[in-house]
Ligand binder design. Sequence first.
Ligand code: C2O
Length: 547
Amino acid sequence: AKVHHHDFVVQETKIKRLCMAHNRITVNGMFPGPTLEVRNGDTLVVNVMNRGQYNVTIHWHGIRQLRTGWADGPEFVTQCPIRPGGSYTYRFTIQGQEGTLWWHAHSSWLRATVYGALIIHPQEGSHYPFIKPKRDAPILLGEWWNSNPIHVLREATRTGAAPNVSDAYTINGQPGDLYNCSSKDTVIIPVDSGETNLLRVINAALNQELFFTIANHKMTVVGADASYLKPFTTSVIVLGPGQTTDVLITADQPPARYYIAARAYNSAQGAPFDNTTTTAILEYKSAPCPAKKGFSIPPVSPSLPAYNDTNTATTFATSFRSRTKVEVPTDIDENLFFTVGLGLFNCPPKARARNCQGPNGTRFGASMNNESFVLPSNFSLLQASQQGIPGVFTTDFPAVPPVQFNYTGNVSRTLWQPVKGTKLYKLKYGSRVQLVLQGTSIFTAENHPIHLHGYDFYIIAQGFGNFNSKTDTSKFNLVDPPLRNTVGVPVNGWAVIRFIADNPGVWLMHCHLDVHLNWGLAMAFLVENGVGELQSIEPPPADYPIC
Ligand code: C2O
């Protein structure tokens, strides 16, 4: 196994998109940031130097961080931010994960431009459990704002209203042919006729689930979130922010140029969203030359599902199976039931005009089990828990909802007024956890991509309506459920996950739609140390940032 050293210089960089130049924060002046390539078993050492003007942290999305929770990255959860002028070295080992993950800033909305792919090749001496691809390419789907995303978030936080939607989607940082001033920079993926390539598709968008397709080509899904899957074939894939999907595509069509395209899957009825389409081009090297002497053959166009096509999204999500039989924990120690959804905060009449521009003079909020998560500002939760610093958090996060009702019905929001707090749920080392994630329809029902830090979990079932603990257990797949780090809780529905709490530390669980996270759709698990060194978190590194 190797140790890979990298320097990440976080800095302001001029980026030209949609006919204008903007200053944005990048890593090493690159947008998207550098692709990291390692093998399962290798160690990454990344020295992050903050030369920009904002606080920053970097999260290694999906990396298990076994006993190295100090390197996980979410601001105020596992570390205080790296201040301008400061630095911090993240050091961790990849253990038992192969496929595609990614890294991103975990502070404000910096991840709009601070992100990149993290590719994990099979362990030294082993191979993919599928045909060896000729080439492999990361496909990072993103979202672009003409305004500084940090200002977009600040403005939304000040007014209590929903933030502006983005101005474009991007593939590897480029909006593509269908946007103004963008077509000359459209990303081209070259292929040779007959060869099979691996595309590593990553949804790095801030606030949007996306459909992804390639004109006239079928995709064979072979992995997701750095776990192998039983291969299946599809013409469209769906990704929530945070999720990755590895697909094989064979160049088996007449030599030409074909559009690769992504656009919104918007499960929230009536909510505004960016309805544009980003494209790249799959170009057969033997295709007739595109644009000589003003003569051009437009690329073959794809067909994408309608923005509200929940059927397509559900069919796709329920096709996932682990490649082999797996060991799902059966005897459960912790049977948890968390609601996930939006809510609204009432405002005192005086504040109303300026700070309460949400629906009917409210402020937008979101919660799990009615708890709207607030980050501390003086210590990280991990430091406070390890050093016994009082007053930073409590451990009374409820195991079940405090009020029970028809979660997916047409109910009044007065039943479910979120309460702000910093509550953790404590898990004993090694406990076997089942967690029902129940979507709610308070204010707006929509699909919530829920991401758990520090763990992969089995998704053993999902469905619509209210989870029924008597009848829905018949839907549990305990044989070959997929292992993931982000689960799409279906709009007006539920999902059930299981994992073993074998990684001590503080682990954030949140909706990966960033605006929902900012509204409080998060909680954190505090997993206690077990016995002995191998079941305990390592001591913090010497340069660990404090507040
Ligand atoms: Cu991909 Cu908490 O993040």
